[in-house]
Structure formats: structure tokens, C-alpha cells
Design a binder for this molecule. Structure first.
Ligand code: SAH
Length: 332
């Protein structure tokens, strides 16, 4: 028997080490080149707000194929040559297989296993669909108490447990009254990441932009899902053969970053954020330059921004040095 978070960490490590995740799912940078381009521009504006430190670390956690950062780098060489010259590119990636793919797109990068291993100094870090792959625990309300889910023999086994650690009491008290059988998820790894990055930008300056999927308000529910060969699958069967993800608890990430001394902006629906930072305009410009692709570009923009597509369930959260002005896209 294995606790769910340990099972999920092991299964995803095997999955990313051996499979091509992009055969199973498509992410925003793979849908539209404008996504990486406007996030690169976002980083350049934030760097100006930081006082244009030189050198500065531009980092990405979980870069996948490296598409987001390759699009950002290309745009930055054109629109922000000063930032382009000052930045040192660092990538956080556990999979040796994906590191090789990223190296083909981003030969100048330096790789690390964990955010803690980044070199010191001012930092702008981007992460798209990274936190959703980090392991979660699941507690279940049973009678007056709680159990925790373990994985045994291809199915869940519930063991008596302490109540889930929900973080600050004001975020969690109502969950302690959760109905019989309700599942409550906690993501220690994502919270630790937010705390690490929050402490770091508070001490050395900078900003972190997390884009991922998860609800605006916390609520009980089982969000663990598996994609195998592009289709929903049993998350517990054949570990390493499917991509396992869960909703990101943005309230918990915000709380962890604030407790570490950082300021937090958002979470905002991704559609609102991308519209504010100019994704539709960039997409129009690409369409004007290449009219044959206009319909495809417009379809990609709609997919990323419309509320019933990726525009609402996906969120943007920024974690910044407390003295930094509100970063682009987050002002009311
Ligand atoms: N950001 C990319 C890829 C998302 S898939 C995109 O938007 O297309 C998740 C990425 O995070 C993969 O690159 C995967 O190998 C990496 N990853 C997942 N868990 C990780 C962990 N615990 N440590 C480091 N990298 C991890």
C-alpha cells in the first residue's frame, strides 16, 4: 500500500521519463505561439518594474517541449533586446527525456531538478501546467472523523487519519464540516513550491507567474484524473502509463506565498488575463502577416480565452516582491 501522493509522484516520474506527454494532451503553448510570446513580453515588463537588473534569471518550471520559452525568447530578441541580453535562462525539469527535447529548442539553458536549486539573484519564473502534475493527498470524511486514501492492488484503501492540513483556518474551517464521503484534496508539494518561490522573490526580488487549472473557490471534490493515449483512464491502473493531474488549489498557493513574505495577485481566469496582456492583438498581427492561417489563429485564441473552453477553469496567479507594482494583467 502506498499513500496517494507517493503513488502519484512515482507514477508521474515514470510517465514523464518514458512517454511523450504531448501524445496524450495539448497545452496552451502548443495551441498558440502567441501564448509564449505575450508571456515573454509580460516577463520583460516585470523586469523593467524590478529596475532592469542585469543579470536576471528567467526561469520556467516544467517546460515540456520548450515551446513556451522558445516563443518567448524569439519575441524578446525582437521587442526587448535589453532584457534579452540580461537574462540567464534556467529550466526546472525532472525528466532527462524532456530535457533533451528542451535543449534542442533552447540550447543556452541550464537545467535543475527543483526550484530550490536555482542560483541566487533576481528572478522571473513562468510555469504553465506544472503544479497540476504535482502529487496530492486525498482525505475522506467518514462519520465524525477522516480517513486517507492509499493505493493498494489497483484500488483505493481508506485508512483512519488525522484531519487534512488545510492551511490557514479561515480557508479551511467549512471543509471540516464536509458531508459524509466528501473527498478533500491537499497538495503539499505545490504549497511548498509556492512558499519556496514566495520567500525567494521576497528576499531577492522578482515575480512568479503560475498558469494552471483549478477552481476559484475551494470546495471538496475528487479532481484526480488520468489521460492515457489521449483519453480519460483509471488513474490507479498501470502506473507510469498515464498522465496524472489534479486541480490546483490556488487559495492554498496564495496563502503559502503570502506567509513566506511575498505579495500575491489573482488568481484571475486565464481568459481575462490573456486578453489583458494582449494575446488577441498578437494573434491578429500574426493573422495579418499570414492570412492563410487567420482562421486557425482565431480558433486558437478562442480556445485559450473563451470561458467554456480554457478561459475560465484555467487561472493565472502572480507571486511578487511586495514592493513591485501590480504586474501586467492583474490590475483592476
Ligand atoms: N509547461 C509545458 C509542459 C506541461 S507538462 C506546457 O505547457 O506545454 C508538465 C511538465 O512538468 C513536464 O515537462 C514534466 O516533465 C514536468 N514535471 C512534472 N513534474 C515535475 C517535477 N516534480 N519536477 C520537475 N518537473 C516536473
Amino acid at each position: 500500500m502506498e499513500r496517494l501522493d507517493r503513488f502519484m509522484a512515482r507514477a508521474n516520474a515514470a510517465y514523464y521519463a518514458t512517454r511523450d506527454p504531448f501524445a496524450d494532451f495539448t497545452t496552451a503553448p502548443e495551441i498558440a505561439q502567441a501564448f509564449g510570446e505575450v508571456l515573454g513580453a509580460w516577463a520583460a515588463v516585470v523586469w523593467q518594474m524590478m529596475g532592469a537588473p542585469d543579470p536576471v534569471i528567467l526561469a520556467e518550471a516544467g517546460p515540456g517541449r520548450g515551446t513556451l520559452m522558445a516563443d518567448a525568447r524569439r519575441a524578446l530578441r525582437r521587442v526587448a533586446p535589453d532584457f534579452s541580453a540580461a537574462l540567464r535562462l534556467h529550466l526546472i525539469e525532472a525528466s532527462a527525456r524532456l530535457r533533451a527535447v528542451q535543449a534542442a529548442a533552447l540550447p543556452e539553458a541550464t537545467w535543475h531538478d527543483r526550484a530550490e536549486d536555482l542560483p541566487p539573484g533576481p528572478l522571473v519564473l513562468l510555469a504553465n501546467e506544472f503544479c497540476d502534475a504535482l502529487p496530492i493527498r486525498q482525505h475522506v470524511r467518514r462519520g465524525a472523523g477522516w480517513t486517507e486514501r492509499f493505493v493498494g492492488d489497483g484500488g483505493f484503501v481508506e485508512m483512519p487519519a488525522d484531519p487534512p492540513d488545510l492551511g490557514a483556518p479561515d480557508l479551511g474551517t467549512s471543509w471540516l464540516d464536509a458531508a459524509e464521503g466528501a473527498v478533500v484534496e491537499t497538495g503539499d508539494a505545490a504549497r511548498r513550491l509556492a512558499a519556496t518561490l514566495g520567500a525567494r522573490v521576497a528576499a531577492s526580488g522578482g515575480a512568479v507567474l503560475l498558469l494552471d487549472y483549478g477552481p476559484a473557490a475551494r470546495a471538496p471534490g475528487d479532481s484526480l484524473q488520468a489521460l492515457r493515449d489521449g483519453r480519460p483512464a483509471d488513474p490507479l491502473a498501470d502506473p507510469g502509463s498515464a498522465d496524472l493531474t489534479a486541480h490546483v488549489d490556488f487559495a492554498a498557493l496564495a496563502e503559502a506565498a503570502r506567509a513566506a513574505g511575498a505579495a500575491v495577485h489573482g488568481p484571475l481566469p486565464q481568459g481575462v488575463f490573456l486578453a489583458r496582456i494582449g494575446l488577441p492583438q498578437r494573434s491578429h498581427a500574426l493573422a495579418r502577416a499570414n492570412p492563410a492561417r487567420a482562421a486557425a489563429l482565431s480558433a486558437a485564441t478562442r480556445r485559450l480565452t473563451e470561458p467554456n473552453r480554457m478561459g475560465r477553469l484555467f487561472k493565472a496567479l502572480a507571486i511578487t516582491h511586495p514592493a513591485l507594482p501590480t504586474p501586467p494583467g492583474f490590475a483592476e
